[in-house]
Design a protein around this ligand. Structure first.
Ligand code: BDP
Length: 594
């Protein structure tokens, strides 16, 4: 799906602000047609934000099921024949939208955008009532999966196998967009390098038949190439490459009839070869983190101040990359990464497809199979595939995205897991033949059990030697880590290995002379042990520690106010390990030049 970008033919009105909001404890609102009137007993709710931490009420925080958002919208001045769209950056996890009494769109999947043409529903009205019902329930057929149940007290409960709080609501901006009736509806850009020149291949789709012309503009807005037709290949002489740390961006300005759409892009190549990850033909070493969209009060709500601050902290540490663990991030984050030259592993929301885990640690005690007609089944696979395609459709033109991660820590040591993943890896490759595809492997599927590694271009590992296993014994942890790495080299020769998670929970301020688990000293030591091992294996081409910052989870005996594996606290203060890692990454950057 195209990003919302203003141009001479496209206007954008931002609908963020304080909306009306109501819980729907009986999930009766749709049948009772709540959209047909002003919400009863509505309370204020900011958009964008998760609703969970905004009020003081437990019912809001712990709500399972539908909530309703509503506001009045003023229609912008439009030219004759133009179309009006409402666009949601995301709605977590499923949503239905009404304009007045008319249902205009439903969307499944909590972390990707959707829009509706509302021109006819609005008609000649100057203002209209916009109502959104958002449901946070997860099932075995949703991505991510979850289970909604009722306990002995008749309370509705929600369980899921992933280790972050199921924040919900309207997490990203809601926009009102105008565009001509015949307009650009999609563009795919791939690039190559030919000596000093850049090769720009493009394919444009439009909503009706019209002439298409394109211009490539450099970062100053100077025209550097032009083309005619919906498809073509252009040459940018003496191109400025998009590089890690130097995110040079061009714009493909597409004119289709009355419509003008500016699509930013970068000229760069990505390739996996001989255990190396090559960007522009040069070996790249990932330094950074798995992250979360998570913060105080706003939960997963996008916030530009927080976004820029987080990138400043990552730059301070000399990181060069991150993974969008464990779901697609806000479009603003992807644009920012492009412009600033950050390298991104772009992950789907397929986390927790593994009954061996819960909150990253234990199973829920029930005897279940991960893949079965009653659990993760063909329908889940269909939803997962649609989600992969939607993510690629949204993010395919971001030069920062160098690798797709189609799942985090799924069960991959059973025959059923291979049946499940074979078509999904193929779908990702079909949707984007230009980038490598991978998935993130869990400790429960080590190389002697793993069944899917050959489907992917890279090996991505989350490993907790020294924490969940060999807790506190880093000598033993180091031995086990090396043994396992040797196993991966034997199983997947020629594939580069990226560590996408490693690190202990660390309570900020807990100091320990004996450097034991949970202390800041232990975090320094455990990260240091992993780094020492990485340095001995040229096949390891990346270290993304877990996690950039402490983050919220469901409460549990293994979590103290959330997951504390952050390099920074939840309010973004550095733990002491941050300084050691900074020194290492500064040195690596000096050696590796990015
Ligand atoms: C891994 C998960 C991650 C968890 C982490 C942990 O990928 O989401 O937060 O472990 O346990 O299992 O901290």
């Amino acid at each position: 799906m195209l990003g919302a970008r203003a141009s001479q033919s496209r206007t954008i009105t931002n609908l963020d602000g304080v909306w009306n909001f109501a819980l729907d404890p009986e999930n009766a609102g749709i049948d009772e047609r709540w959209f047909a009137n002003s919400l009863t007993d509505a309370r204020p709710m900011p958009v964008p934000a998760s609703y969970n931490d905004i009020t003081t009420e437990k019912e809001v925080h712990d709500h399972v099921g539908y909530v309703w958002y509503q506001r009045t919208v003023r229609v912008p001045r439009m030219l004759d024949g133009e179309r009006l769209f409402v666009r949601f950056g995301s709605a977590t996890h499923t949503a239905t939208v009404w304009v007045g009494d008319t249902e205009v769109v439903s969307h499944v999947g909590g972390y990707l955008p959707f829009e509706a043409d509302i021109t006819d529903a609005v008609g000649s009205d100057q203002t209209f009532r916009l109502t959104v019902a958002v449901d946070n329930r997860l099932t075995w057929q949703s991505i991510p999966p979850g289970i909604v149940g009722v306990n002995e007290l008749g309370e509705t409960t929600q369980f899921y196998y992933h280790d972050f709080y199921n924040y919900a609501g309207l997490h990203r901006s809601v926009l009102l967009c105008t565009r001509p009736a015949v307009a650009v509806s999609d563009v795919t850009i791939t690039t190559d390098i030919d000596g000093a020149d850049g090769v720009v291949n493009y394919r444009v789709e439009t909503t009706g038949s019209t002439n298409v012309t394109v211009r490539v503009l450099d970062a100053d807005g100077t025209e550097v190439a032009t083309g005619e037709g919906a498809e073509g290949s252009l040459t940018v002489a003496n191109a400025n490459l998009w590089q890690p740390g130097a995110g040079y961006m061009y714009t493909l300005e597409i004119t289709a009839g009355d419509d003008v759409y500016p699509q930013p892009f970068g000229i760069r190549t990505v390739e996996v070869k001989d255990s190396k990850f090559l960007i522009n033909g040069k070996p790249f070493y990932f330094r950074g983190y798995g992250r979360h969209e998570d913060n105080l009060v706003r939960g997963k709500g996008h916030d530009n101040a927080l976004m820029v601050h987080d990138f400043e902290l990552m730059a301070w540490q000399s990181a060069n990359s991150f993974r969008t663990s464990h779901y697609p991030y806000a479009e603003e984050v992807m644009d920012y990464a492009d412009e600033q030259g950050w390298v991104v592993i772009d992950e789907t929301a397929a986390v927790g497809l593994n009954v061996g885990l819960a909150g990253g640690i234990f199973g829920d005690g029930a005897i279940r199979k991960t893949y079965s007609p009653e659990t993760i089944n063909d329908e889940t696979q269909r939803v997962h595939e649609a989600h992969i395609r939607e993510l690629i459709a949204r993010d395919k033109n971001h030069p920062s995205v160098v690798l797709w991660s189609i799942a985090n820590e799924p069960e991959t040591h059973t025959d059923a897991s291979r049946e499940y993943f074979e078509p999904l890896a193929a779908a990702a490759r079909e949707a984007d033949p230009s980038r490598p595809v991978g998935y993130v492997n869990v400790m429960l599927s080590p190389p002697d059990k793993e069944k899917v590694a050959d489907l992917y271009d890279v090996v991505m590992l989350n490993r907790y030697y020294g924490w969940y296993v060999d807790n506190g014994n880093l000598a033993l942890a180091e031995k086990h880590l090396r043994d396992e790495l040797d196993g991966w080299l034997a199983l997947a020769p020629g594939k580069p290995i990226i560590f996408t998670e490693y690190g202990p929970d660390t309570l900020n301020g807990l100091r320990d002379f004996h450097r034991r688990p949970w202390s800041e000293e232990f975090q320094t030591d455990m990260l240091g042990m992993f780094h020492k091992v990485f340095d001995d294996y040229p096949e390891v081409v990346g270290e993304q520690m877990w996690n950039f910052a402490d983050f919220q989870t469901t409460p549990g005996i293994m979590r103290v106010g959330g997951n504390k594996k952050g390099m920074f606290t939840r309010d973004r203060l550095p733990k002491s390990a941050a300084y050691d890692v900074r020194e290492r990454w500064q040195n690596l950057r000096f050696e590796q030049g990015n």
